[in-house]
Design a binder for this molecule. Structure first.
Ligand SMILES: NC(=O)c1ccc[n+]([C@@H]2O[C@H](COP(=O)([O-])OP(=O)(O)OC[C@H]3O[C@@H](n4cnc5c(N)ncnc54)[C@H](OP(=O)(O)O)[C@@H]3O)[C@@H](O)[C@H]2O)c1
Length: 352
């Protein structure tokens, strides 16, 4: 199952809105087939793993997610398994899709295949945390990311922010963008920094996330870089009803809300469009309203060994803030990793 999870991981950023899935076929103690779901719309992990596995009647199949029992873009995997009839299927977890849950296992058992569930389930859930959230709530999994100085500034008082962190951290962010469906920023970041928000990797193929910009009051100008890119991904601008944004590939009309636009409504709409992951890249005002709206699942804050200072310099989370410490947003499972000269702090927002 460890091998199956590692294979599944290779599909990261390419399978959305589907899960990442890996599969290994073992016969007489030897791996005789393996595969993973490489891209949405392409064959499932089980099909790839069984392709060259030969006779599997005495084999055990390890798969990171319950085999599908429904017709999607490809035929149900349980039909193929029922036909090939392995001795045993070991799955890490049940498919959280309420329309599927348990039916795949039932079909396998009905075909006389032994089924075991729950091996490395925790790891499998972690791997597909975004898919699980999207399929069970309709909302994308949201990461708030920023680069700040040790004193919490994401730019200087003049708005200069190039660069807060070193090269290794910036490369890390491009790898992260490569895995995300959408990237979200506020209008001020676009106006001040004029970023392109694309994925630029030194090695091979990269994929740009869809760019989503918040613009509540027609502040954006169409001469900004995000509107003139050679990118396979479009630039969407979220606006209140009746407002427009020249240069946008598409407008998303969202009701007004605290801080500008109602970010819950925006997430619901992005989820409906099969966006399963959103990376919020600031600035501080956007982060503040994302936390206030309760849409953030995880934080990834890079901390640079620098002190910037300045009352007017933008901090990672602006807005009004809370009155009492007891109201603070709590984080859990905090992890700290050195990345070049900087540190990456990752944690989950405690919603309990
Ligand atoms: N180091 C980093 O990681 C990093 C990353 C990004 C940005 N930055 C820096 O951050 C600074 C900009 O940050 P900022 O806080 O001034 O602005 P921001 O968050 O980039 O943009 C805020 C603007 O977005 C619009 N908006 C619409 N709906 C919103 C909502 N629900 N919540 C929040 N904003 C909404 C509002 O403008 P309208 O009312 O006009 O629509 C608002 O003023 C820049 O200096 C940039 O260099 C640093």
């Amino acid at each position: 199952m460890e091998r199956a999870l590692a294979l599944a991981e290779r599909g990261r950023g390419r399978t959305s809105p589907n899960p990442m899935v890996g599969c290994v076929v073992v016969r007489d103690g030897k791996i005789v087939g393996e595969g993973f779901h490489e891209r949405a719309g392409e064959p499932h992990a089980e099909v790839n793993a069984l392709r060259h596995a030969g006779d599997v009647s005495s084999a055990t199949i390890y798969v990171t997610l319950e085999p599908c029992a429904h017709h999607g873009k490809t035929p149900p995997c349980v039909d193929m398994l029922a036909e090939r009839k392995p001795r045993r299927v070991v799955a890490a977890m049940q498919d959280p899709n309420p329309k599927v849950s348990g039916q795949g296992f039932a079909a396998l058992r009905a075909a006389g295949i032994e089924v075991e569930i729950g091996l490395l389930e925790e790891e499998a859930r972690q791997l597909n945390e975004a898919f699980i959230k999207h399929v069970s709530t309709g909302l994308p999994f949201v990461i708030a990311k920023c680069a700040m100085s040790l004193d919490g500034k994401i730019a200087t008082r003049t708005g200069d922010s190039k660069w807060v962190t070193g090269e290794a951290a910036r490369l890390f962010v491009h790898r992260l963008r490569n895995e995300m469906d959408a990237i979200l920023v506020g209008s001020r970041t676009v106006m001040l920094d004029d970023p392109s928000l694309t994925t630029r990797l030194p090695e091979g193929e990269s994929r740009d996330p869809i760019r989503v910009i918040l613009d509540a009051d027609e502040y954006l100008l169409s001469d900004r870089r995000v509107f003139h890119l050679e990118s396979a991904a479009p630039t969407w601008v979220a606006v209140p009803e009746g407002k427009s944004a020249d240069g946008a590939d598409q407008l998303i009309e969202v009701p007004r809300g605290a801080g500008g636009l109602d970010l819950w409504a925006l997430m619901r709409e992005l989820g409906r469009r099969d966006i399963t992951t959103v990376l919020i890249e600031g600035g501080g005002t956007t982060h503040a309203s994302a936390f206030e709206a309760g849409i953030v699942d995880k934080i990834m804050f890079f901390i640079a060994p620098k002190i910037v200072g300045g009352r007017e310099a933008v901090t990672a989370v602006e807005g009004r803030g809370i009155e009492f410490m007891s109201e603070a947003i709590r984080l859990r499972d905090m992890k700290i990793t050195p990345i070049g000269v900087d540190y990456l702090i990752e944690a989950y927002v405690d919603k309990g």
